[in-house]
Design a protein around this ligand. Structure first.
Ligand SMILES: Nc1ncnc2c1ncn2[C@@H]1O[C@H](COP(=O)(O)OP(=O)(O)OP(=O)(O)O)[C@@H](O)[C@H]1O
Length: 279
């Protein structure tokens, strides 16, 4: 197994994700395919935004890429290393994930939580390196002032920044984030996307994040994986990819999100109400 170096692209080849039926044979549930036969790339040094409507499969895809649930088919690679074949400890040394689920932090302070990200790299005598990595990770998300604050006393947005710092302290070769802007106000969202852009470019890694905030993602993302509207009942939704500008200009983003009442305006990059139909 070759070790993925920083700077490797993330590649999905023929990936199908969903939920396999479990339980005893007599009562086994059918396998539910959510997204099928995906061929996607997230490039090192760039911010890739994963866009799609509610329930379109964004979390399922991110969790599957992260190895938190099994792929139904296909391969996930970082450079020429197969991520889907790594053991959990090997994966933890390469892939950092920030999920929406919260956890009970007990009495842990900001720096304690960020230090958890060092676990996959912890070696005897590595305390100074670990401490420096924690310091740098907090600084990257402008959260140095939260180092000594117990997590239970933080706002949702502050806690989100600490969770991202924990992922950075892991020094991953791939960073995946599910809805990282969910709890943030508008300026903080914009700032977080700028921070993630800097992290992708500065560390030379692929950063993939899902977002409901299409306007912000179009403004800040380099590339997009776009889960389209359903085409017919029971058929997995199509997924297209490419530079955000191209998907915006060629109408793909509008086709995925427009409704009878609302349409995406390519020139402003914003959604607007359609004019009422003339009688
Ligand atoms: N454990 C599960 N077993 C079976 N189906 C599931 C399970 N978890 C989610 N699903 C289904 O998978 C589909 C995709 O869900 P997912 O959470 O990945 O979508 P999403 O795009 O992240 O949604 P949202 O934008 O609302 O967060 C949904 O139809 C959902 O009901």
């Amino acid at each position: 197994m070759s070790t993925p170096a920083s700077g490797a692209d993330l590649t999905l080849d023929g990936v199908t994700v969903g939920y396999s039926g479990g339980g005893p044979i007599a009562r086994r549930r059918a396998t539910t395919v959510i997204l099928a036969d995906l061929h996607l790339r997230a490039r090192a040094g760039r911010l890739t935004v994963l866009l799609g409507g509610n329930g379109s499969g964004k979390s399922t895809l991110l969790r599957s890429v992260a190895g938190l649930q099994p792929l139904l088919a296909g391969t996930v690679s970082l450079g020429d290393a197969r991520l889907d074949r790594l053991s959990p400890p090997e994966r933890a040394a390469r892939v950092a994930v920030v999920l929406t689920e919260s956890f009970d932090p007990g009495l842990l302070r900001g720096a304690d939580v960020v230090d958890l990200g060092r676990y996959p790299h912890r070696r005897r005598g590595s305390a100074a390196v670990d401490s420096q990595a924690v310091h740098e990770a907090l600084a990257a998300v402008h959260a140095q002032d939260l180092a000594r604050v117990p997590l239970v006393r933080m706002s949702d947005g502050q806690r989100q920044r600490v969770m991202i710092a924990r992922a950075l302290a892991q020094e991953p070769a791939l960073l995946l984030l599910d809805e990282p802007t969910a709890f943030l106000d508008a300026p903080a969202r914009l700032e977080l996307l700028a921070v993630l852009q800097r992290i992708a470019a500065g560390r030379g890694i692929p950063v993939v994040l899902s977002s409901h905030d299409v306007e912000l993602a179009v403004r800040s993302g380099h590339d997009a994986w776009l889960v389209g509207a359903p085409t017919s009942q029971g058929v997995p939704r199509p997924v297209t990819s490419g530079p955000v500008d191209r998907l915006s200009e060629n109408g793909s983003i509008g086709a995925a999100f427009d409704t009878d009442a609302v349409a995406f305006d390519v020139t402003t990059g914003r959604f607007g109400l359609r004019p009422p139909a003339a009688d």
